[in-house]
Design a binder for this molecule. Structure first.
Ligand SMILES: [Zn+2]
Length: 432
């Protein structure tokens, strides 16, 4: 839903009322699904102009989101990003120019939008979301995330759920989350404590599975397998002792030729220099059109939620742009054992003869947990503590013990991780 832009006017000049013509039509006339009790017109317009919105992330998605919000008539926007601008951002993060390299993304994006769309105020913060507390987040009507980190999403999700006070409706801050990966993306609307949250849906974003070494060594099926083979096996064989520098073109070229030879041997097409670079550096290509589509969806939801002019997304939209172009919506339900918004502990199937060390390692890999540095305790005792050092030393001997000797079948344990301000509750279930 782009507002009309008067092309006859030079850049930076407010294009009078005409810019907002289509927007006003939506806000005053509504649509076939508009709530009949909605106060279309002055009510919807003033809610839009008076609302204060927080955007998290000023990168590929964030640039699109900030531009869309400003052109949708939002007037008071805050943006948080801890990154500075890199030259590799310039092909798609269109609010940045070469002269901005090294500067704060949030500050440069804010200044650019303010200059181009008169009447909008953008307040940047260059830093981490974890620097801010509830007193900061409570001032916003809603939060839109354009992040590339699962960890940051989980943090803001847990914070917003924790802020909800059932006696005070204003404490509930809708969260709109956009995410893209190559040609795929999704947007979702979360009403903390009321609808399915990011943690409820965590198993949708499992940690990247490693390709088994035997596949690489014996039966490669994809160009990526040939590149991984070159990196892990061929390099070790021919250049042992040399450390791969992913920024060194000679190293990448060497890997590319090795991978290409292997791909030809197994008749696998698709090994290119840039794919080699991507696989070796673990880069997922950022696609500008995917970002544009997902950001547009997020901002449409923001406009509908804030103004009430139309019903909003219930509650997940998936976009696919590689195998054909299509979207579908689905409604996720809250999971009762969600560690953030549920009230039951999550079942944790374990082999009772495995060690505590193995359990801790598995928590990093399990899609439903993804805890890298968990501290574990039962109701009565500490199983393993990552910090402080004295407690770590005291609980370290437990790492070697079998789970059977530490926790009973059906016993509850709590896991905390420095990355999140919450406890995850699990119920140990012995695998027979
Ligand atoms: Zn949840």
């Amino acid at each position: 839903m782009a507002a009309a832009i008067d092309a006859s006017l030079p850049n930076g000049v407010e294009s009078s009322r005409k810019r907002w013509e289509y927007l006003e039509s939506i806000l005053t006339k509504g649509g076939p699904f508009t709530d009949p009790d909605s106060d279309l017109g002055q009510g919807t317009i003033s809610r839009l102009e008076e609302s204060k919105i927080l955007v998290i992330g000023a990168g590929g998605l964030g640039c699109e989101i900030l531009k869309n919000l400003a052109l949708s008539g939002f007037k008071d926007i805050h943006v948080i990003d801890m990154d500075t601008i890199d030259v590799s951002n310039l092909n798609r993060q269109f609010l940045f120019r070469e002269a901005d390299v090294g500067k704060s993304k949030a500050a440069v994006a804010a200044a650019f939008i303010e200059k181009r769309v008169k009447g909008v105020k953008i307040t940047p913060y260059n830093g981490k979301i974890q620097d801010k507390d509830e007193d900061y987040y409570v001032q916003f009507q809603l939060v839109i995330c354009g992040l590339d980190s699962v960890e940051a999403r989980r943090w803001i999700n847990a914070t917003l759920v924790g802020m909800v006070d059932q006696e005070n409706q204003d404490s509930l801050k809708p969260l709109i989350d956009g995410g893209t990966e190559g040609f795929k993306g999704q947007s979702r609307v979360i009403l903390p404590t009321i609808s399915s949250c990011i943690e409820c849906q965590l198993d949708l974003s499992p940690p990247r599975a490693a390709v088994p070494l035997c596949t690489l060594a014996n039966i490669p099926r994809q160009p990526q397998h040939c590149i991984e083979w070159a990196k892990i096996i061929a390099w070790e064989e021919h250049r042992k002792g040399d450390v791969i520098d992913t920024d060194d073109p000679e190293h990448i070229t060497w890997l590319y030729h090795k991978a290409l030879d292997r791909a030809q041997e197994f008749k696998i097409p698709g090994v290119t220099y840039s794919l080699t670079q991507g696989v070796v550096k673990h880069i997922i290509p950022a696609i500008a059109s995917t970002n544009a589509i997902i950001a547009a969806s997020c901002c449409n939801e923001a406009l509908k939620i804030v103004t009430g002019c139309n019903p909003f997304l219930q509650n997940y939209m998936q976009y696919t742009g590689d195998a054909g172009i299509y979207t579908f919506n689905m409604e996720f339900e809250q999971t009762p054992d969600c560690p953030v918004c549920g009230n039951l502990p999550k079942d944790l199937p374990v082999d009772p003869d495995s060690t505590l060390q193995e359990l801790i390692e598995s928590l990093g890999a399990r899609a439903e947990a993804q805890l890298k540095k968990p501290t574990l305790r039962t109701e009565s005792t500490s199983l393993y503590s990552q910090a402080p050092p004295s407690l770590e030393e005291q609980t370290r001997p437990n790492l070697e013990k079998s789970l059977r000797d530490l926790v009973a079948d059906g016993e509850q344990i709590a896991a905390s991780d420095p990355a999140f301000g919450i406890d995850f509750r699990f119920k140990i279930v012995y695998r027979s």
